[in-house]
Design a protein around this ligand. Structure first.
Ligand code: FMN
Length: 214
């Protein structure tokens, strides 16, 4: 078996994962490590009927900056200068100033094929399952990047930017953009506080029939 990309234990890594929006254009690991992580996610994350519909695009350096310039231009055209200058510009500049972005896509041809071949009783569920698998890929990457000492946040400027992004990076037209995961070294003082919980655990978790011992 190949040596592990992330050596931190599962429990610690999942507890470390948070949303960090104040990021520098620095990294803790070589770009090749992030690419290896993405490869591992694609090769191992499950999907319904093993349809493997999730696609990733990673942009580093000038390509990362270009992504956020495309996003800024699209937003400015959509919301107008007043709203753009009233906070949106700063938000987008902040993302541009991070290190890289992972784009998560669904391959619609895979999604359609799954729907077509799925038994009738599942046909109305397959779109939802494509989304579940994308979410699993996103959680995999988010948690693993944070375990490598990077800060991460998740954004959604799709479908506004899909066409321009597809044109710029030669992305197949049947891929539909689902999210943009921004990463970089967290700025000093950006560590989040304790994660607030909206309801006590007892109202969110049910357990029946558990054995006290194995
Ligand atoms: C499905 C999903 C969509 C999200 N969308 C956005 C988003 O568009 N912009 C953003 O800044 N954060 C987004 N977030 C981050 C959440 O706001 C964040 O995870 C939540 O407040 C909990 O904080 P934590 O990540 O530190 O645990 C999203 C998270 C999830 C799981």
């Amino acid at each position: 078996m190949a040596s592990p990309i992330v050596t931190m234990g599962f429990s610690e890594a999942t507890q470390k994962r948070r949303t960090i929006r104040a990021l520098d254009a620095k990294t803790t690991v070589p770009d090749s490590t992030i690419v290896k992580l993405a490869e591992a996610a694609i090769l191992t994350v499950p999907s319904a009927f093993d349809n493997q519909s999730t696609r990733l695009t990673i942009v580093f350096g000038d390509d990362h900056k270009k992504l956020w310039s495309i996003t800024g231009d699209a937003l400015l055209a959509k919301i107008g200068e007043e709203r753009w200058l009233g906070g949106t510009k700063d938000r987008i500049t902040n993302f541009a100033n991070a290190y890289g972005t992972i784009l998560f896509w669904d391959d619609l041809s895979c999604a359609e094929a799954m729907k077509e071949h799925a038994p009738d009783i599942y046909k109305d569920k397959t779109d939802e399952w494509v989304a579940h698998s994308s979410g699993m890929h996103q959680y995999y990457m988010w948690t693993a990047l944070e375990a490598l000492g990077l800060g991460v946040n998740l954004q959604h400027y799709n479908p506004l930017i899909d066409a321009e992004v597809q044109k710029t990076w030669n992305v197949p037209s049947q891929w539909a953009l689902k999210s943009q995961m921004v990463f970089g070294v967290p700025k000093e003082g950006s560590a989040p506080g304790e994660k607030p919980q909206k309801l006590p655990l007892e109202q969110r978790l049910q357990v029946f029939g558990a054995n006290a011992k194995i």
